[in-house]
Design a protein around this ligand. Structure first.
Ligand code: GLU
Length: 496
């Protein structure tokens, strides 16, 4: 599909998270769409921290946002950590700016002080609901006289600041959803600040999008219903509307909103489990954007070339962990072994990895690479290399209908062969063990071609697992001494 040309000179987009908890993977995707959109239009991507909610905001979440994007390799051109010409980029540092705009709206009578008590508002709300009406503010304080307002303020009466919502139809032209109409008469006058020093979300977003010269607001669909309110605020303050694009939510398999109860939601959880940044980026963009071809693997630079905001789907994007696993496993397979080993090392921290050389460790990782969906899988897949003593059920040693004695015989035969091995590499080990397996079958009258009679018990003796790498590869890495020791232990197990 041909891309529409965007008719704005300077493309400036922002990611505007509230640092009230771990960075959600849906939020990370929103940021990514903004980043890619900025890149492909040679624009600027800005990080703005929306931390006006003092109770719920925490610097540690801001730091997590910065750290996780560093890890993803996504860099903004302006933000709280690097500054820029439109800063500060933390809303908590912009209170004076908001105050001026609040005062202006109040003086122009586009906003007003509301002294209604919360309990009265709640009673009215309940009454409206019981009468089958959509609850909205009834306008009690809309036309208070100057005198009464001053008196109440002097009296230290608590107030909030409400914005007069004009009753009309607001049309949002959304790059993804097309034209969406809202009837604002259902809204009632909204609270835009708790007081002059405590502005609220709708107001700060509108002021900042204007002052930071944001051309496109690309954000989660949960904000679509906020857009008419924000557009009315823009009108009241004489600001131009940015262009909007609301991206679909991530959904659970059952199509409910993605929540912690059904799996991990924080980007960091995926990071910690060993999903690679390039795989997560690829996956996140595909969850919601349809490239229009079968192609599934995209590097970031390909995404910057091929992504188009108009091809973002309207429907919610079901979070498909199998797809993420698949994409991640491909990126893992393509990693140079040295790098992959380095990436796996933190997941082997609990093991005595020092007993192996760098080359041996690389061999261990290489052997298990085909089965790695995420880096953390490496611990369970390879733990048997690092253990001093293996623990496993002796039934595991059993191949076909072999009894304990027959298993023992097989292990003794393998042990003898290995004792005599001159060259300890997997090629030679394979050669001598396969020959021994054939002789063993001949001697014991086992089907000749079925080498499992010798090799299966041997592999289990070396790994203690029902599934592992092959016996030659394991023996090569473990070395002669440790391999023979494990076989002896398995022989003892047969006697138990
Ligand atoms: N701070 C808002 C949030 O974290 C986003 C605001 C916006 O993108 O307009 O949900």
């Amino acid at each position: 599909m041909k891309k529409k040309t965007i008719l704005v000179k300077d493309i400036r987009v922002r990611f505007a998270p509230s640092p009230t908890g771990p960075l959600h993977i849906g939020g990370a995707r929103t940021a990514l769409f903004n980043y890619i959109f900025a890149k492909q239009n040679k624009g600027s991507f800005i990080l703005r921290i929306e931390d006006t909610d003092k109770e719920r905001s925490d610097q540690k979440w801001t730091q997590e946002i910065i750290d996780e994007f560093n890890w993803l390799g996504i860099q903004w051109q302006e933000g709280p950590d690097i500054g820029g010409s439109f800063g500060p980029y933390k809303q908590s540092q912009r209170i004076d700016i908001y105050k001026q705009y609040l005062e202006k709206l109040l003086s122009e009578k586009k906003a007003y002080y509301c002294f209604c008590l919360p309990e009265d508002l709640e009673a009215k709300r309940q009454d409206q609901i019981s009468r089958g009406l959509a609850p909205k503010y009834d306008g009690t304080c809309k036309n208070l006289s100057e005198k009464i307002i001053l008196e109440k303020i002097k009296n230290n009466d608590r107030f909030v600041i409400r914005f007069k919502i004009e009753n009309k139809t607001v049309r949002v032209s959304d790059l993804i959803r097309g034209e969406v109409e809202f009837d604002t008469s259902l809204l009632g006058d909204i609270v835009i600040a708790k007081n002059l020093e405590n502005p609220l979300f709708h107001f700060t977003v509108v002021v900042d999008d204007f002052l930071m010269q944001i051309s496109h607001v690309i954000r989660g669909e949960e904000h679509l219903s906020n857009t008419p309110r924000q557009m009315l605020l823009q009108d009241a303050m004489g600001f131009l509307h940015p262009t909007y694009a609301h991206i679909p939510l991530f959904l659970n398999k059952d199509k409910s909103k993605m929540s912690k109860r059904q799996g991990d939601v924080a980007l960091k959880d995926y990071h910690n489990q060993g999903y690679l940044p390039e795989a997560l980026i690829n996956f996140m963009v595909l969850m919601g954007w349809n490239p229009g071809t079968e192609k599934e693997l995209f590097s970031l630079s390909e995404l910057i070339k091929e992504f188009s905001i108009e091809r973002v789907q309207k429907a919610g994007a079901v979070f498909n962990i199998q797809r993420l696993d698949f994409i991640n496993s491909v990126y893992i397979k393509n990693k140079p072994i040295r790098k992959l080993t380095e990436l796996c090392m933190p997941y082997l921290e609990g093991f005595d990895t020092k007993q192996f050389s760098q080359k041996q460790l690389e061999n261990i990782i290489e052997l298990h690479k085909p089965r790695l969906k995420k880096l953390s899988d490496i611990a369970e897949l390879t733990d048997y290399f690092f253990k001093e003593k293996l623990e496993y059920d002796k039934n595991l040693l059993k191949w076909a209908k072999m009894g304990d004695n027959e298993i023992k015989n097989a292990l003794v035969a393998a042990q003898k062969t290995l004792l005599l091995a001159k060259k300890w590499d997997k090629e030679n080990l394979e050669k001598i063990l396969v020959r021994e397996a054939e002789l063993f079958n001949l001697e014991k009258n086992y089907p000749l071609q079925n080498k499992g009679y010798l090799l299966w018990p041997l592999r289990v003796a070396l790994s203690g697992k029902s599934a592992s790498a092959g016996p030659f590869e394991i023996a090569e890495i473990l070395g002669k001494e440790k391999s023979l020791q494990r076989i002896s232990e398995a022989i003892l197990l047969c006697d138990k």
